[in-house]
Every structure is written in structure tokens, then in C-alpha cells.
Write a protein that binds this ligand. Sequence first.
Ligand SMILES: Nc1ncnc2c1ncn2[C@@H]1O[C@H](COP(=O)(O)OP(=O)(O)OP(=O)(O)O)[C@@H](O)[C@H]1O
Length: 285
Amino acid sequence: MAGDWAVELHGVRKRYGRGRTAVHALRGIDLTLHHGSYTAVMGPSGSGKSTFLQCAAGLDRPTAGAVRLGGTEITGMKENKLTALRRTRVGFVFQAFNLLPSLTVEQNVVLPMRLAGHRPDRRRAAEVLAQVGLADKARRRPGQLSGGQQQRVAIARALVTRPDVVFADEPTGALDTTTATEILTLLRQAVDTQGATVVMVTHDPAAAAWADRVLFLTDGEIIDHLDRDAIDGPRLAPGHPDHLRPDRLAAGRERGAPPYRAHADRIAARMTSLAGPRARTEAAA
Ligand SMILES: Nc1ncnc2c1ncn2[C@@H]1O[C@H](COP(=O)(O)OP(=O)(O)OP(=O)(O)O)[C@@H](O)[C@H]1O
């Protein structure tokens, strides 16, 4: 059933420009992601990660192919309808947080509801702020918070409408390692305990190691993937009470330790093998 998938891309291509100067940024992406899945997208610089994210999130239109979010075809959708859909059914987390400095934390969190023309649900805002550990910061302004706290607000904002999918673009890129781990823990918990669906572009193998699956993009094509099941065993279903068992939460906080580090090392090795031939080609050019 179409509605079973949070994200579907079928034969998605994206070309910038025309003729001899055309750049084929995506060369036929086929991908289906379950609700409650956590996917990382990696690839060398210029491999098409941002273009993939933009097309999958309905921020840009593919040259060919189809994109569906939560079973709704967005390809060819009129701009105003697409904007409305993005506000309620897609969450975004960016490297630079992208909060509005003049609004309070709570106002930032309910912004997607306001922009969609809905009455801000302050109870839901309190719920997601508690989820990210900022229950007591609702009246602060972003400038009064640390970078990690600001990214927590951005995660709360991304989750507030219970979207079909949260797209995260280098969400830990501006953060130190400890704070990055806290942010990755929150995204993981949103998937495990709330059934959120996360797609995260990252350069960092340690960040990608938190995902269920890592996709490797090269020259606009998904050419490989690595699954976390290999180290973790099969995942518990989203919302399963065992996700909140103290030993599992503690294990989550230990993600920097083996076997997660070993998984991150495998991801890094795969990245190096992807970058190798390309780097040689460029060096030879
Ligand atoms: N607006 C644009 N016009 C022309 N070419 C573009 C445009 N945006 C991206 N490209 C080209 O498309 C290709 C893919 O770019 P994209 O930004 O998606 O890669 P990326 O993997 O996100 O790179 P990075 O890791 O450096 O951010 C590159 O060759 C890039 O130069």
C-alpha cells in the first residue's frame, strides 16, 4: 500500500542547466523508506546529497521521476499546495539551526503550525520541548541558548506536527562531539520511541553510524548501502517499551564506544573506497 511508505523516490533525476554545460546531479534515484526508519546519506562532495534532500523534501523539483511523501505524490503539485504540505508533513533540521531570533523558543516550535494556518497547540509544544529536554526554556530566546540547545529547539520544531519525515542536513556539523552525540541521541529516540522517520545528510561516519541504514551516493547515484542490523541485531519496533529500558538508554549514550565505533569505522572505510577512484580521476584530469 502506498501509504505504508514515508518517502518514495522513483526514477528521480535532476539536471542543472542544459546542453554541454548541463550537470546531472541525480541520475535515477529509486528509494522507499519505511515509517519509523532512520537513514543517513553520505557521499563525496558534489555527489548530489543536497540535491537529493531538496528533491525528496519538495524544496526543489526533479527533472524527471516521482516523489511521494506519506503516500502523497508531490511531483507536479502546485506550489501553494506543496508549501502547505511541507509545513505540516515535513520537518527540517539544518546545520545552522535556522531559528527566528526575535521569537521565543515556544514560538519557534509552534511556527510550522502558525505558518500552516493552524492554531498553535501549546500542549504539543510543551510535549516536544520536554522530549528534547528543554521544558524549562520555553520563554527564552534562541540567543540565550547554547548551540546544542538551539539545535534541540530545531528538533522540537521539526517534530511538533508529527510529520511523515524529518530531513536533517548536517545537523551536527556546527557542534562539538559531546553535543553532537546528544543531538544524535534525540533523533534516534524520536525514531525509536515516537516512530518518527529521519533522513540525515552527513559527512561524519560517527553520525551516520546512528542510522539504521547508510546510503552512499556517488555522481548522482546510490551505489551502495550499509545496515546497522549487522552490529545491533534486528531493531525493536517503534514505540516498543523496551526502547526506554535503562540499559538500552545507557547503551545509547555509549554509542561512541564499540561496537558503534567499529560500525563508524566501517562506514568511513566505505567512504574512502568511494572517494578513491574519483579522487584519482580528478588528480589525473
Ligand atoms: N543550482 C545549481 N546549478 C548548477 N549546478 C548545481 C547546482 N546545485 C548543485 N549543482 C551541481 O550538482 C552536483 C551535485 O551538487 P550537490 O550540492 O547536490 O552535492 P553535495 O553532495 O551536496 O555536495 P557537498 O557535499 O559539497 O555539499 C554538483 O556537481 C554541483 O556542482
